[in-house]
Design a protein around this ligand. Structure first.
Ligand code: F0G
Length: 369
């Protein structure tokens, strides 16, 4: 009776589905909202982490993919396609398998993390490495879906945004109201757009469905958060104010120069009185280490951009004390674990070797009987 049923069933009244919809789900959503003790102590605020790495395929993409794949099945599709920096491909591959559809994914050659590549292949997707970046992959995927019988499951598909907005609902449901500030990484900009949609729908009376299915639901929250988005410095088109032709960052998840959800992300930033700023790869890796070592939350580098941004704002004296702040950490650390095995100065960490006896182990640990 207490089993979480996935975001579509949990939030069916606020999503474009009906009783008759065949729901494609792996039980996504319902992720932990973890109180970040050290970030709270540092900032003098109440900081939480929305740990999206706890989704079935290890990233927030599953929230959108349950909706996109449900829509694909409803449309009678036999095959789906997406472009990806890795997580979308892992999610699409898994959900296509559940739905019984074939799946093709286009990824930038050499620029996706091993964990994500493994997932796409394990779930039986046809994985094509394109000699180009994510933006090139997305252009091909869009053209493919326009001209050929294949269903596009990138976030340019509005079903994806509908699914992803449920993360905002969960946060309000957990906290009892919207936070003061919401911080998240920005890449293709679907997620910041989705959160803002979710927060707005929860803050006012909202109407859903059509005809006999039409319904109006009351407001759940009393306010809206300020949205803070952070890009990687070498892939920061919103900061530049125009697309970036050759985006570069170690955070391959957000190595994107021409975000598809440009207008909606700018609207989220401006309507909320927020900002979209950039953090360096060094700041991203420092936040990655902070999360692992101080908050016990293991994320992939791209995910750490939110916390890197919060730390940057704090260092600049721009985090007002006493606020309620939620940072989304978007993907699991096991997706791209190599970064944990590097010291701050970039050296490889070598595990300590020890002889096969208790005295040697005690000696290495500095223990006395
Ligand atoms: N964090 C992670 C771990 C991601 O994988 C992505 C996007 C983002 C943040 C940025 O989210 O695009 O909605 O602004 N990954 C996409 C992919 C592009 O293909 O997996 P966004």
């Amino acid at each position: 009776a207490h089993q979480w049923r996935g975001v579509i069933r949990e939030y069916a009244d606020r999503l474009p589905v009906t009783e008759a919809t065949r729901v494609i789900t792996l039980g996504e959503g319902g992720t932990p909202l973890v109180h970040a003790q050290q970030l709270s102590a540092l900032t003098g605020s109440e900081v939480y982490l929305k740990v999206e790495g706890m989704n079935p395929t290890g990233s927030f993409k599953d929230r959108g993919m349950t909706m996109a794949m449900t829509a694909a099945v409803q449309a009678g599709a036999k095959a789906v396609v997406c472009a990806s920096t890795g997580n979308t491909s892992a999610s699409a591959a898994a959900y296509a398998t559940t739905a019984g559809l074939t799946c093709a994914v286009l990824v930038p050659e050499g620029k996706i993390a091993m964990g994500k590549l493994s997932q796409a292949i394990a779930h039986g997707a046809t994985l094509l490495q394109v000699d180009g970046n994510f933006d090139d992959c997305l252009e091909i995927a869009r053209k493919l879906a326009e001209a050929y019988p294949v269903f596009l499951v990138n976030s340019v598909n509005p079903a994806r945004i509908e699914g992803q907005k449920t993360a905002a609902f969960e946060i309000v449901d957990a906290l009892g109201d919207a936070p003061d500030v919401h911080v998240l990484p920005v890449g293709n900009a679907g997620n910041i757009s989705a959160y803002w949609k979710g927060y707005k729908e929860y803050a006012g009376e909202s109407s859903y469905g059509e005809g006999a299915e039409a319904r109006t639901l009351p407001a759940v929250s009393t306010k809206l958060p300020v949205m803070w988005g952070f890009q990687a410095e070498g892939a920061a088109p919103f900061v530049a104010g125009h697309p970036i032709t050759h985006p570069e960052t170690i955070a391959t998840a957000i190595r994107i120069g021409n975000p598809a959800s440009w207008e909606t992300a700018v609207a989220a930033r401006d309507e909320s009185g927020g900002l979209i700023d950039a953090v360096s790869d060094e700041q991203i890796l420092a936040a990655h280490r902070w999360l692992s070592a101080k908050e016990a939350v293991f994320v992939e580098p791209g995910s750490a951009a939110s916390v890197a941004g919060l730390l940057k704002m704090h260092a600049a004296g721009k985090v007002p004390a006493g606020q309620r702040i939620v940072c989304t950490v978007t993907g699991h650390g096991l997706k791209d674990p190599q970064w944990a095995l590097r010291t701050e100065s970039g050296e490889q960490v070598e595990p300590v070797k020890v002889a096969n006896d208790v005295v040697s182990v005690a000696g290495v640990l500095g223990l006395e009987p």
